[in-house]
Ligand binder design. Sequence first.
Ligand SMILES: C[S@@+](CC[C@H](N)C(=O)[O-])C[C@H]1O[C@@H](n2cnc3c(N)ncnc32)[C@H](O)[C@@H]1O
Length: 245
Amino acid sequence: MSSGHLYDTIGTTYTLTRRTDPRIARQIWAALGEARTVLNVGAGTGSYEPPALEVTAVEPSAVMRAQRPAGAAPCVEGSAEDLPFEDRSFDAAMAFATIDHWGDPIAGLREMRRVARRVVVFTCDARAADLFWLNRDYLPEFAGLWADRPSLSELAGAIGARIEPVLVPWDCADGFYHAFWRRPEAYLDAQVRGGMSIWARVGPEAERRVVDTLRDDLASGRWADRNRDLSGLDAAELGLRLLIA
Ligand SMILES: C[S@@+](CC[C@H](N)C(=O)[O-])C[C@H]1O[C@@H](n2cnc3c(N)ncnc32)[C@H](O)[C@@H]1O
């Protein structure tokens, strides 16, 4: 099953928990530089599309395209690896939380490079997985999911990108996997987990184990004991990165 089709299955409740976080958006929009025209690749329901710029979106999943709000930028069917646009059609191309779903991420990055002068990609560095307690203490499978994928530095090297850290605010509005690092109870909520593709990847058995163990550790105070250093932090470095080329 291609990942576009994966979102036809897991994407039906996406907008319940996934939306633009304004602080992360500011960082992405700054990275777009002076762009006036922007292509959003793997655009989903339209999060992080800069409202002041002329945006075109491309997205393979019909279920995701159908959830774009009225008035959202026009969205065409297509995949990163074969963008249906001429060379240099856009000032910038952006991709948020989608590259890890692409069948061939290097080909997709090269396509972004082909159609745009500036490329901005938000993703995570699998080698930094243990910065996040959820991976370190509950889901050690996380890093292994990326074992046969290009590393962050290989991705960056493919398009000559620099790498910029993205801190996750403690009250991040976008419910992606790392968003609830200071609100651990959120991971007990099936609706919250439903907005995170990771659980479909690791499967129901691992998901159940994580939820059961985390619930026990929250009740016993073990989670709080292990994570005392988080309570005073407003934003955390969890290995999330922008590639900017
Ligand atoms: C986690 S969602 C992110 C959506 C949106 N960028 C956002 O920030 O809300 C991942 C998206 O990548 C899309 N996707 C999967 N494979 C893709 C591919 N090969 N090319 C482009 N997009 C793809 C999925 O259909 C899904 O909409």
